[in-house]
Design a protein around this ligand. Structure first.
Ligand SMILES: NC(=O)c1ccc[n+]([C@@H]2O[C@H](COP(=O)([O-])OP(=O)(O)OC[C@H]3O[C@@H](n4cnc5c(N)ncnc54)[C@H](O)[C@@H]3O)[C@@H](O)[C@H]2O)c1
Ligand SMILES: O=C(O)[C@H](O)COP(=O)(O)O
Length: 529
């Protein structure tokens, strides 16, 4: 049974699919204090949040069984994603469902601010008829500076153009081709803020964007500029904004988000030139339904071990790409497990090389899977290793991971090679996926082999001499162990050789130790793939 805690208000309709699953239990407990959350989180495998629940490192440490966090929305700055990643917890968000609502809200705030609508409304409600006090500005032919031209920024730009505004944007990750497609001028942050009559920010809150708009930027702005923040509190430094409003640099501001939410202590809340809403950008019926359906669907796939997208702490692949690499994931995990079982010493370096058609595909997920295979053997009970935390676990153990693509032809459509170096030795595997036959190990430490990596296998490194295989077979037979498959390989007569014996069930360690003493046997490993 998977138990999921829903700790922020999320559309019930979105949760239907999960509620209908016999092995999923949903507990909705909103408005929990941090202490209450800490007390109960240990019982859950899944957690659904919006922006209110603070999923801190402390909460994650208490969440001993947690496997997945679903964020019904875009921003994950309320989740300690780094700590979640270290613990192998997948964080999945719903990046598309509230784009239009957030863009419409940003635009509504822009217009409301330009025409003093909230202030005039409030006055009239209080019985005042203030026609002279609230003279606004037109949007027509004004310059709108957009900082962050992603999903929401682009939608805001479209709406601005419909109002005949000139749009200029700053986004260091936007290509000039994309800007051209959107029909938008691209500039530096300085160019944008110097030219704009209105500035709206639509970036995530990151180390890089924290206080992106601060006192020096306000001093560069046109006098009378108007500012909108419907993205995240902290992209604009509130103290600097307040100062710029009071100095008359900024004529008005429209804020949906705040450095501290709710912003009860912030002087901006009461400021006559500031239009405020309580983080309502995504609060529409449509957006809430969309994000709940999207995230619930993804979490459902995750829990059912099916392909899912939109994980923020691991690569997400489009379904067609995932279907293409999926057979290689099984190969990768088994190659990882195999090499980890046959190598001696502490791992220092893992090199994974890809050749063939696959080099054009998303190979990061294959690399993660190789690492998962290796580390799950080496770390054993230390903690769960999965695709999410495998790279970080390797790094934290000082293991260098090198991923590369090669154009070398090996006679296979695709080839994955894994080279592992320890403080003691180095081992090499190459594998491929054969159409209709599945995963195959085709090279083991320089020996050409054709091994189907599955089940219980005895891997025997030995000297190529008569009688060895017979003696091993007898020892296994005497212990009533049936040999189901056998693969042998050697590079030269009488030289080093390799044998893979597929057996029906695992054998006792005493028998392994006994076989190791058969003359000519150099190493014997039991592997369960
Ligand atoms: N108020 C709300 O309720 C509400 C609703 C939805 C989203 N949001 C917030 O809106 C923001 C944008 O969401 P989105 O869905 O458009 O995200 P997005 O990822 O589609 O777009 C973000 C854009 O910011 C750009 N960017 C990143 N770092 C930058 C930097 N240093 N300088 C300039 N640009 C930078 C990225 O290249 C990207 O194009 C997020 O902070 C999100 O949390 C708020
Ligand atoms: O990042 C987001 O998706 C928005 O800020 C919405 O947050 P909310 O789900 O708390 O309304």
């Amino acid at each position: 049974m998977h138990k999921i805690l829903v700790s922020d208000p999320i559309s019930e309709v979105g949760l239907t699919k999960l509620r209908e699953a016999a092995d999923i239990q949903i507990d909705v407990k909103t408005d929990l204090s941090q202490t209450e959350l800490l007390e109960i989180i240990g019982d859950y495998q899944g957690l659904f949040v919006r922006s209110q629940t603070k999923v801190t490192a402390e909460v994650l440490a208490a969440a001993k069984q947690l496997k997945v966090i679903g964020r019904a929305g875009v921003g994950v700055d309320n989740i300690d994603v780094k700590a979640a990643t270290e613990r192998g917890i997948v964080v999945i968000n719903a990046p598309d469902g509230n784009t239009i609502s957030a863009a419409e809200h940003s635009f509504a705030m822009l217009i409301a601010m330009a025409r003093w609508i909230p202030q005039a409304h409030q006055d009239l409600k209080q019985g005042e008829w203030n026609r002279k006090k609230y003279v606004g500005v037109e949007l027509n032919r004004k310059v709108l500076g957009i900082v962050g031209m992603g999903r929401i920024g682009s939608e805001v730009a479209k709406r601005a153009k419909a109002f005949n505004m000139n749009v200029i944007c700053y986004d260091p990750y936007l290509t000039s081709e994309r800007a051209e497609q959107l029909g938008i001028a691209l500039g530096t942050l300085e160019e944008v803020i110097k030219q704009a009559d209105f500035i709206t920010v639509h970036t995530p809150l990151t180390k890089e964007t924290k206080y992106l708009i601060d006192t020096p930027q306000f001093f560069m702005m046109k006098k009378g500029v108007r500012i909108i923040n419907c993205a995240r509190g902290g992209i604009i430094r509130e103290e600097a904004l307040l100062d710029a409003l009071d100095k008359g640099i900024v004529a008005g501001a429209a804020l949906d988000v705040y450095e501290q939410e709710p912003p009860m202590e912030s002087p901006l809340r009461q400021h006559p030139k500031v239009v405020t809403t309580p983080h309502l950008g995504a609060s529409t019926e449509e957006a809430q339904l969309n994000v709940a359906i999207d995230v619930a669907e993804e979490v459902y796939h995750f829990l059912k071990n099916e392909p899912f997208r939109n994980a923020v702490n691991m690569p997400s692949l489009p379904l067609d790409m995932l279907n293409h690499v999926r057979p290689y994931l099984q190969l990768a995990e088994r190659m990882g497990r195999l090499v980890a079982n046959v190598i001696l010493g502490a791992i220092e370096k893992i090199e994974i090389t890809y050749s063939g058609d696959i080099i054009d595909k998303e190979i990061d997920i294959i690399t993660r899977t190789v690492l998962k295979g290796i580390l799950s053997v080496h770390l054993g009970s230390v903690g769960e290793v999965n695709d999410v935390n495998a790279p970080i676990l390797a790094k934290s153990r000082g293991i260098a991971v090198v991923e590369s693509r090669s154009n070398k032809s090996h006679g296979f459509t695709n080839l994955v090679t894994v080279n592992v170096k320890t403080n003691h030795e180095e081992k090499h595997l190459a594998g491929t996926v054969l159409n209709g036959y599945g995963a195959r190990i085709v090279n083991y430490n320089g020996f050409t082999v054709d091994l189907s990596p599955e089940g219980n296998i005895l891997v025997m490194e030995h000297i190529d001499q008569p009688g060895i295989i017979g003696r091993i077979g007898t020892a296994l037979g005497n212990a009533r162990v049936n040999i189901a498959t056998m693969q042998v390989g050697r590079n030269q007569v009488g030289g080093k050789a390799i044998a893979f014996l597929g057996i029906d069930h695992p054998v006792e360690n005493e028998l392994i130790d006994k076989i190791k003493f058969v003359q000519g046997v150099q190493n014997l490993f039991q592997v369960d793939l």
